[in-house]
Design a protein around this ligand. Structure first.
Ligand SMILES: N[C@@H](CCC(=O)N[C@@H](CS)C(=O)NCC(=O)O)C(=O)O
Length: 238
């Protein structure tokens, strides 16, 4: 049997779900290596040759001389160009899509990621940093307000169509409970969540490589909190 063009290295995290969302939404065949953080597989020298940052996700395109792409935003962009999906052709629409993609990559992801880190990893490992928690939760809230204002005028983040900007932003913004960022009053953001939640391929993608319902706030999170904090324990500076 022929191997698919795209081999994906990923794990069940917000950045890790992004390429899965694209590939499932576009109906593209791919195969996948689960990268196990508990075993530090993301730091393995063979993997770091593909992803110099030693993090997930990464793709390798077998049909392009095993070309490797790291950084989840660049991966979405590469896939969008390769398959001509979810990135408009019109120059302004394309720019608008990349603007919101960059807004996620440089803002929503890093700020929510730090809000999660200080509450879900540092704190359970004995490192209490109230100043950092407040800083990152407040900044995350501010960024989600920017999304809410944008979504007051538009159904989708960019170019009035579902795109790689929505695919990149959704797993982060939708994990507002895991970051303890209140969003009840952000009605436009909540309606956008409902629109994306309703997409069957999204629901499928959020189970690959495995489901993490605690991120979305749908389960009692204590057991997962313990497992998650342990996975990253060595990253906590004392
Ligand atoms: N900017 C990178 C961030 C990648 C990243 O931080 N990945 C996390 C999971 S969401 C990771 O691999 N963590 C493992 C580690 O820190 O060793 C991207 O968007 O691809």
């Amino acid at each position: 049997m022929n191997e698919p063009d795209i081999h994906l290295y990923t794990a069940a995290t917000m950045n890790g779900y992004k390429p899965v969302i694209f590939l499932e939404e576009a109906g593209i065949a791919y195969d996948l290596t689960f990268v196990n953080f508990a075993k530090k597989e993301q730091k393995d020298p063979a993997y770091v040759k593909l992803n110099p940052n030693g993090r997930i996700p990464t793709i390798v395109d077998r049909s392009n001389g095993d070309f490797a792409v790291f950084e989840s935003g660049a991966i979405l962009w590469y896939l969008a160009e390769k398959y001509d999906r979810f990135l408009p052709h019109d120059a302004n629409d394309r720019s608008e899509t990349l603007q919101w993609l960059m807004f996620q990559m440089a803002g929503v992801g890093p700020m929510m990621g730090q809000a999660m880190y200080f509450q879900r990893i540092a704190l359970p490992n004995g490192q209490e940093e109230p100043f950092s928690i407040k800083r990152y939760v407040d900044e995350s809230r501010r960024l989600l307000e920017v999304l809410d204002a944008r979504l007051a005028e538009h159904d989708w983040l960019a170019a009035d169509q579902y795109s790689i900007a929505d695919m990149a932003t959704y797993p982060w913004a939708r994990a507002f409970r895991w970051a303890n960022v209140p969003v009840d009053d952000l009605t436009n953001l909540n309606r956008w969540f409902e629109r994306i939640d309703a997409r069957p391929m999204i629901q499928k993608a959020l189970t690959i490589p495995k489901a993490q319902p605690a991120f979305w706030g749908d389960v009692d999170e204590d057991a997962f909190l313990e497992e998650n904090a342990a996975r990253f324990a060595s990253d906590v500076k004392s």
